[in-house]
Design a protein around this ligand. Structure first.
Ligand SMILES: CC(C)(COP(=O)(O)OP(=O)(O)OC[C@H]1O[C@@H](n2cnc3c(N)ncnc32)[C@H](O)[C@@H]1OP(=O)(O)O)[C@@H](O)C(=O)NCCC(=O)NCCS
Length: 184
């Protein structure tokens, strides 16, 4: 029989001060720094749920909703939203806080798919989830639907790759875009 664990057992928050070396030429924090922290917090959350080593299989769209400034405190809250057999979808919400003004911004939300890996280096089964709150149930249901949408997208993408392109068939569409064709 499957082992079960509550969502709360692996919920984790990572808090980090945004130091000058994290900034880009425009003085804002590099997107890559935030992505790295998101991967880290996703790992901790997944590894706590799976009781062991995990790897990142996929990262959903990450929209940068607001810039993060040097000196702000960034907090990344992660929880297991959904589990399959060996995979877990970790929802991550990122906020940043200005310690002088106490203004809090929601800067990113994304979903990382992490896979638990066993001693044999193969995916291993993870505990099922005990959903104890309305939020737990909503997140599980939304993740289920997002997974379905992603599978549909993957099929469309595979079809797109198989389509034989004859360039003259899409010249009209390209003519409405900001490009020009200069064949060599
Ligand atoms: C992720 C990985 C282990 C999957 O291995 P695999 O042999 O395809 O294993 P499976 O087909 O059994 O898939 C295992 C699980 O991962 C899920 N999975 C695999 N690829 C996925 C993807 N791109 N997106 C979402 N889920 C994925 C499968 O749906 C399956 O989930 P389930 O067991 O809950 O149903 C393998 O592709 C891999 O090692 N990728 C490289 C990972 C990596 O290097 N990450 C960066 C550094 S951590």
């Amino acid at each position: 029989m499957s082992d079960y664990k509550p969502v709360a057992n692996s919920q984790v928050t990572l808090t980090e001060l945004m130091i000058p070396s994290y900034s880009n030429f425009g003085g804002k924090i590099h997107g890559g720094i935030i992505l790295g922290l998101m991967d880290k917090v996703a790992y901790v959350c997944a590894a706590k749920h799976a009781d062991g080593y995990c790897i990142t299989a996929s990262i959903d769209v990450v929209d940068f909703l607001a810039p993060v400034e040097v000196g702000e405190i960034v907090s990344l809250m992660a929880s297991v939203n959904y589990v399959g057999k060996t995979s877990m979808i970790i929802g991550i919400r990122v906020i940043s806080e200005n310690l002088k003004t106490h203004v809090i911004k929601h800067t990113n939300t994304s979903y990382f798919t992490m896979v638990a890996i066993g001693e044999d280096n193969k995916p291993k089964e993870v505990p099922a989830l005990i959903l104890k709150s309305r939020d737990d149930i909503r997140r599980f249901f939304q993740a289920m639907n997002r997974k379905e949408l992603k599978n549909t997208y993957k099929k469309d993408e595979a079809m797109l790759k198989q389509t034989a392109y004859e360039h003259h068939s899409f010249m009209d569409a390209l003519s409405r875009e900001r490009c020009k064709i200069e064949f060599e």
